[in-house]
Design a protein around this ligand. Structure first.
Ligand SMILES: Cc1cc2nc3c(=O)[nH]c(=O)nc-3n(C[C@H](O)[C@H](O)[C@H](O)COP(=O)(O)OP(=O)(O)OC[C@H]3O[C@@H](n4cnc5c(N)ncnc54)[C@H](O)[C@@H]3O)c2cc1C
Ligand code: FES
Length: 271
């Protein structure tokens, strides 16, 4: 099992209202991380008032011998609020990289990313890696949010993706409606075998995407599930989700260990 490590915050800033980009100096082992993997974070020392919180890896880079991990998060409760108040030099306990990331076949020529809100975090890292590892692959990102002010992570996506398509629920920017509605408009572009779709976002959005992709071959689309997690390492069973194990039979699996990335056709989203 990987040990928890004390890590220092290198920088932190609010990018879009309520969304923070935190850069943490991390152990060199993080260089091996792949998009879709995550990190457990808590206030240093274990005497914090809350358990560790899971965050996707937004990016990783090295400068000399140092390794830096970027976390892009939205403040939703007491843990994320406490993190947002930390400044450069503050210490955190971190554990990772954890879980199973996205699979991108080397033969892939077109990638569609479907991001709902802060679900953009693991997909942005995936877009970056596709550009580096499979040059020539077209990466199109569909980014959805409630309104134009809530479009988090857009600046970076515009730098690393071939195209960024935007939807907002209130119509203040881009397509007026859901991000799956926007993807539906373009579905004919993603009919070929060398195309893959990757997604992360709220459950209702993922359920809508599963519906839209019905009839597509298994493996066409992978999603990252953001279940609530306590340990992040498979020990507490706090994160189980129902996944179809063989196309018919259901099974409860630990999202932190067997996921968080799954083929969308295997996920049972329920009502
Ligand atoms: C694998 C994984 C990767 C994640 N990556 C990111 C990321 O990159 N950026 C980011 O902002 N968030 C991410 N999350 C979600 C993040 O972990 C939660 O927002 C965070 O734990 C909330 O902690 P809190 O103490 O602020 O909120 P709490 O006080 O614990 O809860 C506040 C509210 O948020 C809801 N909530 C809490 N946890 C989750 C969750 N996991 N999913 C949906 N709703 C939740 C609660 O139901 C409640 O309504 C990820 C979750 C997982 C499992
Ligand atoms: S969070 Fe403990 S088993 Fe997954």
């Amino acid at each position: 099992m990987k040990p928890e490590t004390c890590a220092k915050i290198f920088s932190q800033r609010e990018t879009v209202k309520g969304h923070f980009l935190m850069i943490v100096k991390a152990p060199v082992s993080f260089r091996e991380a792949i998009p879709g993997q995550f990190i457990m974070v808590r206030l240093e020392g274990g005497n914090s008032p809350f358990l560790s919180r899971p965050f996707s890896i937004y990016s990783i880079y090295s400068r000399g011998d140092d390794t830096f991990v970027e976390i892009f998060y939205k403040v939703v409760g007491k843990g994320t609020d406490a993190f947002s108040r930390l400044r450069e030099g503050a210490s955190l306990d971190i554990l990772g990289p954890l879980g199973r990331g996205f699979d991108v076949p080397a033969s892939c020529r077109k990638v569609a990313l479907v991001a709902g809100g802060i679900g953009v975090a693991p997909l942005s890292f995936l877009a970056q890696r596709c550009g580096e590892d499979i040059p020539g692959t077209e990466v199109i990102c569909y980014l959805g949010a409630g309104s134009s002010e809530a479009l988090a992570g857009l600046d970076r996506l515009e730098k690393i993706c071939s195209t960024v398509e935007i939807s907002t629920d209130d119509g203040s920017r881009g397509y007026h409606g859901s991000v799956t509605g926007l993807l539906k408009r373009d579905m004919d572009l993603y009919a070929d075998d060398d195309t893959r779709i990757y997604s992360c976002g709220p459950r209702p959005m993922l359920r809508g995407l599963q519906e839209l992709l019905k009839g597509r071959p298994p493996g066409t689309c992978q999603v990252s599930l953001e279940e609530r997690m306590a340990c992040g390492i498979g020990a507490c069973l706090g994160c189980v989700a129902r996944i179809r194990s063989d196309g018919e039979k259901g099974g409860m699996v630990r999202v932190c260990k067997e996921g968080p990335v799954f083929d969308i056709d295997r996920v049972e989203f329920g009502e």
